[in-house]
Design a protein around this ligand. Structure first.
Ligand code: NI
Length: 147
């Protein structure tokens, strides 16, 4: 495993649309392990592939619950509802945090690193993290919501 360089706001890679993963290869697994290690080293709760310069639809999240590390490959947001307002930050926007309004409930479908499809229903912090990381796959940053 290796720590990868986290791209920061202003780097154009963060503004690109990511592509679906067609096949989970040993390279994909290596990328996911590196992303997790990079996230933990930076004390983050989530990291998306474009943040380490890779334009693939992958993100990892760990909200420090019983589940531990969660891997999302080719995620699709199926449903959102309700709303929450909370303080948000991003490893690509170091030192900044703002209140952002997000859905308080999200239903997401994705594949894990074993290629197994799953559907997850999340609320509160996990819902926020999923929506934040999913935005990264579409070239969007949380600061875009701040007026
Ligand atoms: Ni972020």
């Amino acid at each position: 495993m290796a720590i990868r360089n986290i791209r920061t706001n202003g780097d154009e890679v963060l503004r690109k649309q990511c592509k679906n993963v067609k096949e989970i290869t040993p390279r994909t697994i290596k990328l996911i392990k590196d992303m997790a290690e990079t996230m933990y080293e930076a004390d983050g709760v989530g990291l998306a592939a474009p943040q380490v310069g890779i334009l693939q639809r992958i993100f990892v999240i760990d909200v420090y619950d019983d589940e531990g590390l969660r891997v999302f490959i080719n995620p699709e947001i199926l449903e959102v509802s309700s709303s929450q307002i909370g303080e948000e930050g991003c490893l690509s926007v170091p030192g900044e945090s703002f209140e952002v309004e997000r859905a308080n409930y999200v239903k997401v479908k994705a594949f894990n690193e074993k290629g197994q499809e799953f559907i997850l229903e999340a609320t509160e912090l996990l819902a926020r993290a999923i929506l934040h990381e999913n935005d990264h796959l579409n070239g969007k940053l949380f600061i875009d919501y701040v007026k």
